[in-house]
Design a protein around this ligand. Structure first.
Ligand SMILES: NC(=O)c1ccc[n+]([C@@H]2O[C@H](COP(=O)([O-])OP(=O)(O)OC[C@H]3O[C@@H](n4cnc5c(N)ncnc54)[C@H](OP(=O)(O)O)[C@@H]3O)[C@@H](O)[C@H]2O)c1
Length: 263
């Protein structure tokens, strides 16, 4: 398959690294990258970097759109001549619907929307993916293989995209916020902040490993929360202060925001 990428920032970089470092030899042809940086044309590692597709006469099967939402129109206009019927456009742009991409492109293309998260940088993304019905099954599988190079993949319906974004797109920041609060707690402040942070990260990593082999997380937590013990005292405080309710509200506000942005 011949692949082009429009926009070369954090996410495109993560995707490209994932594709190139995959053992599955996903691409045999060079990948073209249109990055919008004036007079900056070079090739490296099966990649050809060009300012735009304006003077490019190559044909592409798949074009990945990796610009910010505000730049989608300029990115499409500046690369107009590389779009043609029967291509697949893969957009990772938050909040831009399949329908609106099809309208803007004005060609008979199939569109895939994918929502990776920040952990794509370490090939540990949780990516939600949906496509329009016109996508053939072999191309669908090929595109899924591309996103598997940067982590885990979940096929979703387009109307679940806002929910998915609220939970998994913003998810890393919720976990970071919780970790920050543990680090900032007044307990065990006799050691340096760096040492405390490292211990808390080990706590996160070991707990997460344990949860992967646990069938029922709530049941396990109840088991380790002894009646009248220290953990119970802490959990009781979190519950009395509506921690679960606040978190639910925070996530539903993220979903609402995602919906608002997509309008
Ligand atoms: N970062 C995340 O965690 C994340 C997660 C899921 C989805 N996304 C989505 O992924 C997309 C990219 O995010 P990002 O974090 O990678 O952004 P980014 O680092 O800002 O990358 C976007 C790149 O697109 C370039 N660009 C702008 N206009 C262009 C044009 N006309 N032609 C070609 N390139 C152009 C920008 O160049 P200039 O700097 O010169 O403008 C920039 O290098 C966004 O739509 C975002 O919603 C991001």
């Amino acid at each position: 398959m011949k692949i082009a990428i429009i926009g070369y920032g954090n996410m495109a970089n993560a995707l490209l690294n994932g594709i190139l470092s995959s053992n599955d030899n996903i691409v045999s042809d060079s990948i073209y990258i249109f990055h919008n940086k004036k007079n900056d044309t070079y090739s490296q590692d099966k990649c050809i970097f060009l300012n735009s597709g304006q003077a490019c006469n190559k044909k592409f099967d798949i074009i990945l759109l990796c610009v910010k939402p505000k730049d989608i129109e300029s990115a499409i206009n500046e690369n107009k001549n590389i779009f043609e019927d029967n291509q697949v456009l893969v957009s990772i742009i938050a909040g831009i619907t399949i329908e609106s991409i099809k309208k803007t492109i004005e060609k008979k293309v199939s569109v895939v929307r994918a929502m990776p998260n920040l952990c794509a940088i370490f090939n540990e993304s949780i990516t939600g993916i949906c496509s329009d019905d016109s996508l053939s099954s072999d191309k669908k599988k090929y595109i899924e293989d591309i996103f598997r190079t940067i982590g885990h993949l979940k096929e979703i319906k387009e109307d679940e995209m806002n929910s998915f974004t609220a939970l998994f797109g913003s998810g890393p920041a919720y976990i970071m916020y919780f970790i920050e609060a543990l680090i900032d707690s007044e307990e065990f402040s006799s050691i340096s902040k760096e040492d405390k942070s490292l211990l808390i990260l080990h706590l996160l990593s070991s707990t997460s490993k344990m949860l992967f082999i646990t069938e029922d997380i709530k049941e396990l937590r109840s088991k380790v929360t002894s009646k009248g013990g220290t953990t119970e005292a802490a959990i009781k405080t979190l519950e009395e202060n509506n921690f679960p309710k606040i978190l639910k509200k925070a996530i539903s506000n993220a979903r609402r925001k995602s919906l608002e942005i997509s309008k």
